[in-house]
Design a binder for this molecule. Structure first.
Ligand code: SN0
Length: 317
């Protein structure tokens, strides 16, 4: 694995998941990352991604540099050939080149702007770092994906499942802000690669990118989708069709105990942070079906497995 930008960078998902579950048991392999530095750049806020990735790197013996580039760094230019006489002080060519002098692996978080779909889909930030850094790049959530979350979600389901092929339902829920499709995109991509029966449910005009959904069934009737579910993944996203728009805030889509009763006593998942009583009710989050804390705990082992793979490709210099 050269970089970890999206799920297609993984050569063998099952062995990567196996590795993460093994790391959860054995905890650490400190020699591998000794003398190596992970640089983490955040254009947006973070709690779990920042701390679990830092912890994972340290468990592997790495040094960690963290910078909130969105607030503390120079405004970056990504356009090739730009005449830089505006407010952008530094080009990605220099920024990525210089960071590669200080870091052995660079990890970046850059959410979509949710205004221009074509622009977001170009992944200018992530691809800029990939192109101009001379070291591996990890995606800490970009415009269209969150592969460390997707990997965590897959390993959490494999860890908790009680039947060979569980029914997994991804359900949309309301939210006061327009959120990226990154988390649901990655969730769908990972679920399509493991042995589960995946169903997506969302209101009309909230269907995810058809290139991601492929032949996964999409139901616009939430109750019908939830029947017999073994896992329910609750998540809001803004419209893909009417890109970045909030078209629906219908509280009847909130995941509550009444909805839980339709399922097969499902485990309830969410990537967090979660808006209580808007996305998921207190009763469900505080009840025994919720696995959101264990799920977040697994972020460390997913990050450790990915870092271990990338460290394995570096020389000893
Ligand atoms: C982000 C998202 O992609 O949905 C990050 C999730 C890991 N979530 C938010 O930005 C939530 C912000 C809010 O105001 O609730």
């Amino acid at each position: 694995m050269k970089d970890y930008i999206n799920s297609s960078d993984i050569e063998d998902l099952n062995s990567l998941i196996e590795e993460a579950l093994q790391l959860k048991k054995t905890n650490t392999v400190p020699e591998l990352g000794k003398g190596k530095t992970l640089g983490m750049l955040f254009f947006n806020p973070s709690l779990r991604t920042r701390l679990s990735t830092e912890k994972a790197a340290k468990l592997l013996g790495m040094e960690v540099l963290v910078m909130n580039v969105g607030t503390d760094g120079w405004a970056l230019e990504f356009e090739d050939g730009a005449v830089m006489n505006g407010n952008k002080a530094e080009h990605i060519k220099e920024a990525a080149g210089v960071l590669s002098q200080y870091c052995d692996i660079i990890a970046v978080r850059a959410f979509p702007e949710l205004v221009d779909r074509d622009k977001d889909e170009q992944e200018l930030v992530m691809n800029g770092f990939k192109k101009f850094a001379s070291v591996p790049v990890i995606n800490l959530e970009s415009a269209t994906g969150h592969p460390l979350q997707g990997l965590t979600d897959a390993l959490t389901i494999l860890e908790l499942k009680k039947v060979k092929k569980p029914k997994v339902v991804l359900t949309w829920a309301p939210h006061p802000r327009a959120l990226p499709q990154s988390v649901p995109n990655s969730f769908v991509e990972f679920m399509q690669q493991i042995d589960v029966d995946l169903v997506i449910t969302n209101p009309e005009a909230y269907d995810l990118n058809p290139a991601v959904v492929k032949n996964t069934p999409v139901l616009h009737d939430q109750a019908e989708a939830l029947e017999d579910a073994d896992f329910v993944y609750v998540k809001n996203w803004s419209s893909y069709e009417q890109y970045g728009k909030i078209l629906n805030t219908d509280p009847s889509w909130t995941f509550n105990e009444e909805k839980l009763n339709i399922t097969n006593n499902a485990k309830v998942m969410h990537c967090l942070p979660v808006r209580r009583n808007v996305v998921i009710s207190d009763g469900v989050l505080d009840g025994e079906n919720s696995v959101v804390i264990q799920q977040a705990g697994n972020r460390t082992f997913a990050a450790q497995a990915v870092l271990k793979r990338l460290l394995g490709t570096l020389g000893n210099g």
